[in-house]
Design a protein around this ligand. Structure first.
Ligand code: SF4
Ligand code: SF4
Length: 478
């Protein structure tokens, strides 16, 4: 009951359901492995314990009130937002890299929409039966059987959606405690709103909208063609082989062997329609490469199964490049990675990843910044001395409390006036601001243009940081 392309793209037309047939094969197995892996990580990660000094024992925790992300032994503070930006750039480059190599494969195997739709279809087939049973159920009137089966499907979808939403929220609080508070009605209202919105979003996206998200909503589906070229591997139907001279024909008597079909001028496609029936987006790949194809490879599995049963060579539908398909003597499909854009994307990924790893590995235990207070730029004291004022910000990036002291270099020690606070104790992940003054006699003030501050953590004096700031003085009449 997969519908034709023209019907689905008609403006303002409601969705016509796609009833996919189950299929076995290497791409189906790969999709299942990715699905299990992704679900294990997504649903399991909030429950992985991890002991740390200054926070809940949860391996991955996005601690919004504490303004930090706890990821195993790594603590990310707002000051590290550049890492997040870098991570997003790397993710985008990885997406472009794989699209240039193997088309829309990310969509077919790794995208959240694909993973959840795939699982929802699995639920549907377990509760309602295989494709013919589901079509029959769809067409039959609302009797008891239909109400029970459709109702059970929706209950299972809603439960899955709820636990998906709940698992997402568990990344933002200590999971065992948050679940209890949520179920007893004691959690924050934001948790209930988020779970409610995400439950509905998951239910509608994976239960109802499915391929329409990929076709009409996902922007990637629209611009991915810019990354394709004639050497990109994508799922293709080998029309030359499948159609022959006189087109496809069923495997009826006298048309069951390759020799018989060649003799009559027909191609290898027996027009069984299985490739269309297994397609989650409801398209017919035999009509050519289409932007709706998410490169999931299920039609390859379906067709290979048919080819095997007939004793024909596999690969009538396969991952191949346009260039190879148009070749008078196509060779075995292979990845064409020696292309400028693939190498460029690859290089960008490596460079950004190395920089990110280096930046994380070499992160200092604290950050210090000194800024001169410029209003006024300087003050002439009653005894003629010149005073400049500074603000010193210290951020503790350790997971324990630390005490920092401030001193100066290259100037008399007495020039530094920290008031009552010559040192400050800062909680993990927090910042403290100190006020400092530098007071010099007028003669020295004329020759000093910069002050060097030294911020020293008490328990790691070897990690002292040097920060400089300007010293300003302009005598009257100059
Ligand atoms: S045409 Fe084939 S590869 Fe493309 S979405 Fe349909 S089943 Fe997947
Ligand atoms: S599965 Fe293969 S043989 Fe059957 S219709 Fe599709 S391309 Fe033709």
């Amino acid at each position: 009951m997969n519908v034709g392309l023209e019907e689905q793209v008609a403006p303002l037309q409601g969705r016509i359901p796609v009833f996919t047939r189950s299929v076995k094969g290497v791409f189906r197995r790969f999709k299942t492995v990715i699905l299990i892996l992704a679900y294990t990580i997504f649903f399991g990660l909030p429950w992985v314990p991890w002991s740390r000094n200054d926070g809940p024992a949860q391996a991955v925790l996005f601690d919004l009130p504490g303004r930090r992300f706890l990821i195993f032994d790594l603590t990310i503070y707002p000051q590290d937002v550049v890492w997040l930006a870098l991570l997003l750039f790397i993710a985008a480059a990885v997406l472009f890299f794989f699209t240039a190599l193997v088309g829309r494969a990310f969509c077919g195997y790794f995208c959240f929409q694909t993973l959840w739709t795939d699982f929802f279809i699995w639920i549907e087939s377990k509760v309602q039966g295989e494709r013919p049973a589901r079509i029959r159920l769809y067409r039959q009137p609302w009797d008891r059987e239909k109400i029970v089966r459709i109702g059970a499907t929706h209950v299972a979808w809603l439960l899955t959606s709820f636990w998906t939403a709940m698992s997402f929220v568990l990344y933002f609080g200590y999971a065992p405690e948050l679940v209890t508070r949520f179920l007893t009605g004691e959690a924050e209202s934001a948790a209930y709103v988020t779970v409610g919105v995400l439950t509905l979003a998951t239910y509608f996206a994976a239960g109802y909208m499915r391929e329409q998200i990929c076709t009409y909503i996902c922007p990637y589906g629209r611009f991915q063609s810019a990354m394709y070229d004639r050497e990109t591997l994508a799922v293709h139907y080998d029309a030359r082989r499948g159609e022959g001279k006189y087109g496809r024909a069923s495997a009826r008597s006298g048309m069951r062997t390759l020799e018989e079909r060649r003799e009559k001028g027909n191609g290898d496609c027996i027009d069984c329609g299985l490739c269309v029936q297994v397609c989650p987006t409801g398209i017919d790949i035999r009509e050519g490469l289409q932007y709706r194809c998410i490169s999931c490879g299920l039609c390859i599995d379906a067709c290979n199964g048919i080819m095997d049963s007939l004793g024909f060579p596999r690969g009538l539908i396969r991952y191949d490049s346009e260039q190879n398909l148009e070749n008078p003597a196509p060779v075995k499909p292979r990845l064409h990675w020696k292309r400028l854009k693939v190498i460029g994307y690859g290089l960008a990924i490596v460079l950004m990843s190395v920089y990110l790893a280096y930046s994380i590995a070499s992160r200092s235990a604290f950050e210090g910044a000194v800024t001169q207070i410029r209003q006024p730029l300087f003050v002439v004291l009653s005894n003629g001395d010149i005073r400049n004022r500074y603000q010193i910000r210290v951020t503790n990036k350790l997971d324990v409390e630390e005490t920092y002291s401030v001193s100066i270099k290259g100037l008399p020690v007495s020039a530094l006036d920290m008031g009552e606070f010559s040192e400050v104790t800062v909680k993990p992940g927090h910042s403290a601001i100190l006020q400092a003054s530098i007071v010099l006699d007028a003669e020295m003030a004329e020759s000093v243009h910069e002050v060097t501050f030294v911020i020293t953590p008490r328990s790691h004096p070897d990690q002292a940081r040097i920060e400089t700031a300007g010293f300003h003085y302009k005598p009257l009449g100059t």
